[in-house]
Design a protein around this ligand. Structure first.
Ligand code: AMP
Length: 242
């Protein structure tokens, strides 16, 4: 079989609070590197919807806002990462959620993944972890300022992208509404939960020298630039039969 060389960017883990722009940045990475974005929350919601055995086990736990037991999530993630589209890299969103999951992921990747990578590059197959840091008050403004039109779905922000007439949709004049989970008290709770959940994961990767922080207060394209630069400096060349 012919030896081929392919450029892979390896696993990317994105950490970012609600309102940090994580979704937008993930989209940029997907478009540029043609790798899939894997969201454990999305997979689990899909399992719940299809009422699979995993979905039935996860449903109540998710409804309570708690974490699904690690073992169930490991099987699900392993199955997804073994699919062909993950070969040269993938973005993980929502996983790992705790240091045990991070340790499991390292072991899984070392034993099962990137098996064609030469030993000198092995360290580079481990995930690069990018945390998008945004000032707390900025996050609050981004989230609490959000208003949407119940008719056409258009999204506004009172601080950054206000409607022309206060509280009215520019397109159809409908009265703008605030989503339930965009209310300030809910938002403060979501931000606190994010902080306490993510901190130990970020610390795990920081100890291993794999955490890169980017300044998420900057304009979107500058944040994207920082992320691409971090990924490029981590990039790995894989060799092997293809
Ligand atoms: P998310 O969309 O990432 O906020 O996830 C929604 C819900 O799915 C969470 O509240 C958890 O119940 C569950 N979940 C998602 N990812 C994980 C994970 N890595 N470990 C355990 N539970 C998870």
């Amino acid at each position: 079989m012919a030896e081929a060389t392919s450029r892979g960017i390896g696993p990317v883990i994105l950490l970012g609070a609600p309102g940090s722009g994580k979704g937008t940045q993930a989209k940029q990475i997907v478009e540029r590197y043609h790798i899939p974005q894997i969201s454990t929350g999305d997979i689990l919601r899909n399992e719940v919807q299809r009422q699979t055995p995993l979905g039935l086990l996860a449903k109540d736990v998710m409804a309570r806002g708690e974490l699904v037991p690690d073992d169930l999530v490991y099987d699900m993630v392993a199955e997804r990462l073994r699919q062909g589209d993950c070969e040269s890299g993938f973005i993980l969103d929502g996983f790992p959620r705790n240091p045990a999951q991070a340790g499991w992921l390292d072991a899984f990747l070392e034993h099962e993944f990137f098996e064609n990578v030469d030993s000198a590059s092995r360290g580079k197959c481990l995930p690069i972890v990018i945390r998008i840091d945004v000032d707390y008050n900025q996050l609050l403004r981004r989230l609490t300022g959000r208003r949407s039109c119940p008719v056409c779905g258009r999204i506004y922000n009172l601080y950054f992208h206000p409607p022309r007439v206060a509280d009215q949709c520019d397109v159809d004049g409908s009265k703008l509404v605030i989503r339930n989970d965009d209310r300030e008290e809910v938002i403060r709770e979501r931000l606190t939960a994010y902080e306490s959940q993510t901190k130990p994961v970020a610390e795990y990767y920081e100890r291993k020298g794999r955490l890169v922080s980017v300044n998420g207060d900057l304009p979107v394209d500058q944040v994207t630039e920082q992320i691409f630069r971090a990924i490029e400096s981590h990039r790995v060349v894989t060799t092997g039969p293809q």
